[in-house]
Ligand binder design. Structure first.
Ligand code: ATP
Ligand code: MG
Length: 564
C-alpha cells in the first residue's frame, strides 16, 4: 500500500479527549476517528486489523464446528419482551421512535427464535451458531475509545444441546477456542470465574486483560492462576494476634474521638487492636458489621452472606438503634444481629465503640462478650496478601473484559418456547450457552499491552503490514527507482508492505510516523547509503538498526522475521 495514495491521517498531537494509551494511539496512528461519543469510524488500516481479528476468530470458531450467521441489528421489541430483557437492559438498550423496534445489544433472543421449531429433535443437536456483527448499547460513560463503544462489533455464539452434560462440552470447546484466539492475537490474558449479570444462567467465565483502563478490579495469582473479581475474591491476609493477659471489658472516656485513627492516637494503640463498626439495614432490620482496624466492608460479600441487598444506615437511624453516632458504635450491648470479619476471630483485648457518644470500650473478647456473634469473610483482597489456593502473593489490579462464556441453561429456550424431543419423545427446552468477544476491544487491548513512547508495536503474526518501506527524499530519481523496485519485489515475495512514498514529507516525519504505526520491520532507502548500494533496516520493537547491502536485503529480512 502506498501511503501517498492512502488515507492514513496520523496525528502528531495527543487528542485532548483521549486518556488511555490505546485510545490515543488508535487516533494518532490513523486507525479510527470519533464520530460522536462512543461511536467510532474505522479507517482503512484500523479496519484491516478488525478484519484480522475477525479472521482469527472465524478460523477458531469454524474449527469447533461453529456455523456463521448474520442476524439483523434491528429487532422486533416483542421478542425481547417475551424474555423480560427490555426491562433488564433498561437505558442501555436503544429504542427507536417507532416503538415496535429496538437495536439489539446482544442476540440470545433472536438466535433462540430461529432455533424454535427447527431444532426439533435430539438428533439435530448439538449446534453452534455464531456471527460477527454490530451491537448497540447506550453505555452511560463511553470513554476509553473503542473499548467501550455505543456501537461495537461482537463475535457472539450460541450453543444448543440436549442436556447439561452436553452443554459442558460446547462450553469447553469455546473455552479452548477462546484461549487460541487470544493467544493468536498476541494478548496476555487470564480467566476469571464470574457471576453472569443480566444474562441469567449458571456457570460463566470472563477472559480478562490487566489494564489501568479497566472498570473491573480483580485479584490474580500469577503462580497458580487463581483469579477472581475483588467483589468475591478470597485471600489470606497477614495474621493478627492479640497479646497480654485477657482483660475484662472496661469503659474509656474518649472525647471527640470518632475514627479508628483518632482512637489509635488517643490511646496509643495499633489499629489491629480495634474493631470498627458499621451498621447496615437489611430487610428493614439493622445488622452490625465489625471489621479489623481500617479494613473496609466489601458490600458484595456482605450481600452474599446475607442473601439480600443492604444499605448503610442513615445517621438518624444509627442514633435511634444504638443511642450513639457513627464514631461511637460498638458490639458490646448491641441488641441486633452482629457479623464480624473472619480476621477478628480469636482476638481479645479489642477496643470498639461503647454505643454512647464520646466513650469506647476496651478489653473486648468478641466470642466471650457478644452472644450469637457470627464470623464471615467480609473484606476485600489486597495486593501482597497470600493466595487462598497456593499461598503465593496475589496482585490486585484493574482489568478489562475481552470475552465471556456462559452456560445459559434453559432461560431463553423456556422464555421463547424453543423445545426439542428427547430420545424418549419427551419435549424439553433446548439447553443453551452464549459466548461473546468484543472484536474492537481485542484490538485496543493488544495496543494497551504493546506500545512504547513512540507508538504501537505490532507483532509479526498480528500486524497490518509486514514491512514499512521509507523512501527519503523520493524526489531524487535514484531513490525512487530503488524504493519502487523494492516495493514491487517485496510484494512479489509475499510480504505486505506499507510504502512511505510521500513526496513532501520530511525524513524525520516519515521516521516518526513509521514508529507510530508500529509495523515490525522498517526499511529505509536514502540517497547517502545508496551510494554504497545499501539500505537501512530497523526492528521496531527493539530499535535494532543497521545497514545492509541491497542484494543481501531479502535474506536479512527473512532472518529478522524469523527472530521477531
Ligand atoms: P462490560 O462489563 O465491559 O460492559 P459486558 O459484560 O457488558 O462487558 P457482554 O455482554 O458479556 O459484555 O459482551 C461480550 C463482549 O462484548 C465483552 O466481553 C466485551 O469484549 C464486548 N463488549 C461489551 N460491551 C462493549 C462495549 N460497550 N464496547 C465494546 N465492546 C464491548
Ligand atoms: Mg456491559
Amino acid at each position: 500500500m502506498r501511503i501517498s495514495k492512502s488515507f492514513i491521517p496520523t496525528l502528531k498531537e495527543v487528542p485532548t479527549d483521549a486518556v488511555i494509551p490505546s485510545h490515543v494511539l488508535m487516533l494518532r496512528a490513523g486507525l479510527v476517528r470519533m464520530l460522536s461519543a462512543g461511536i467510532y469510524s474505522f479507517l482503512p488500516v484500523g479496519y484491516k486489523m478488525v478484519k484480522k481479528v475477525s479472521d482469527i476468530i472465524r478460523e477458531e470458531m469454524d474449527a469447533i464446528g461453529g456455523q456463521e450467521f448474520h442476524l439483523p441489528a434491528l429487532n422486533p421489541k416483542e421478542i425481547w419482551e417475551e424474555t423480560g430483557r427490555v426491562e433488564a437492559f433498561g437505558d442501555t438498550m436503544f429504542h427507536l421512535k417507532n416503538r415496535d423496534y429496538v437495536l439489539a445489544p446482544t442476540h440470545e433472543e433472536i438466535m433462540t427464535y430461529h432455533s424454535k421449531g427447527v431444532l426439533k429433535s435430539y438428533k439435530d443437536l448439538p449446534q453452534i451458531w455464531y456471527q460477527i456483527q454490530t451491537k448497540f448499547r447506550n453505555e452511560a460513560r463511553p470513554r476509553s475509545g473503542v473499548i467501550r463503544g455505543r456501537q461495537f462489533l461482537m463475535k457472539d455464539s450460541y450453543s444448543f444441546d440436549k442436556s447439561f452434560e452436553a452443554l459442558d462440552e460446547s462450553y469447553d470447546l469455546h473455552d479452548k477456542a477462546y484461549r487460541k484466539i487470544f493467544e493468536r492475537c498476541g494478548i496476555d490474558f487470564f480467566v476469571v470465574g464470574a457471576s453472569s449479570g443480566a444474562m441469567g444462567g449458571s456457570k460463566s467465565e470472563e477472559f480478562m486483560v490487566q489494564s489501568d483502563a479497566g472498570e473491573d478490579t480483580v485479584a490474580h495469582c500469577k503462580t497458580c492462576g487463581y483469579a477472581a473479581n475483588v467483589e468475591v475474591a478470597k485471600s489470606v491476609p497477614a495474621e493478627v494476634k492479640s497479646t497480654g493477659d485477657k482483660k475484662e471489658v472496661y469503659e474509656i472516656h474518649t472525647p471527640n474521638v470518632k475514627s479508628i485513627d483518632e482512637l489509635c492516637e488517643f490511646l496509643s494503640i495499633h489499629e489491629q487492636e480495634t474493631a470498627k463498626s458499621r451498621v447496615y439495614i437489611v430487610d428493614d432490620k439493622p445488622v452490625l458489621i465489625l471489621m479489623l482496624g481500617n479494613d473496609e466492608v466489601n458490600e458484595t460479600k456482605l450481600e452474599s452472606v446475607l442473601g439480600a441487598s443492604v444499605r448503610p444506615g442513615h445517621p438518624e437511624e444509627l442514633k435511634k438503634i444504638t443511642g450513639a453516632d457513627a464514631g461511637s458504635i460498638g458490639p458490646v450491648g448491641f441488641t441486633h444481629r452482629i457479623i464480624a470479619d473472619e480476621r477478628l476471630k480469636g482476638l481479645y483485648n479489642l477496643f470498639s465503640g461503647a454505643n454512647k457518644n464520646d466513650y469506647h470500650i476496651g478489653g473486648i473478647d468478641l466470642e466471650r462478650d457478644v452472644t450469637d456473634i457470627e464470623f464471615a469473610d467480609l473484606r476485600t483482597a489486597e495486593t501482597g496478601e497470600k493466595c487462598v489456593r497456593c499461598g503465593k502473593e496475589i496482585d490486585v489490579f484493574k482489568a478489562i473484559e475481552l470475552g465471556h462464556i456462559f452456560k445459559l441453561g434453559t432461560k431463553y429456550s423456556e422464555g421463547l418456547g424453543a423445545n426439542f424431543l428427547d430420545e424418549s419423545g419427551i419435549a424439553k427446552p433446548l439447553v443453551m450457552g452464549s459466548y461473546g468477544i468484543g472484536v474492537e476491544r481485542v484490538l485496543a487491548c493488544y495496543i494497551e499491552q504493546n506500545y512504547d513512547e513512540k507508538g504501537i508495536v505490532w507483532k509479526k503474526e498480528f500486524t497490518p503490514f509486514d514491512i514499512q518501506l521509507l523512501a527519503l527524499n523520493i524526489k531524487k530519481d535514484a531513490v525512487r527507482e530503488v524504493a519502487d523496485k523494492l516495493y514491487d519485489d517485496l510484494g512479489d515475495k509475499g510480504y505486505e508492505v506499507l510504502y512511505d512514498d510521500r513526496v513532501d514529507a520530511q525524513a524525520g516525519f516519515k521516521f516518526n510516523d513509521a514508529d507510530l504505526m508500529g509495523v515490525p520491520i522498517q526499511i529505509v532507502v536514502g540517497e547517502r547509503n545508496l551510494k554504497e548500494n545499501k539500505v537501512e533496516y530497523k526492528v521496531r520493537k527493539t530499535g535494532e538498526r543497521d545497514l545492509v547491502a541491497i542484494d543481501e536485503l531479502y535474506s536479512k529480512i527473512e532472518e529478522l522475521t524469523s527472530n521477531l
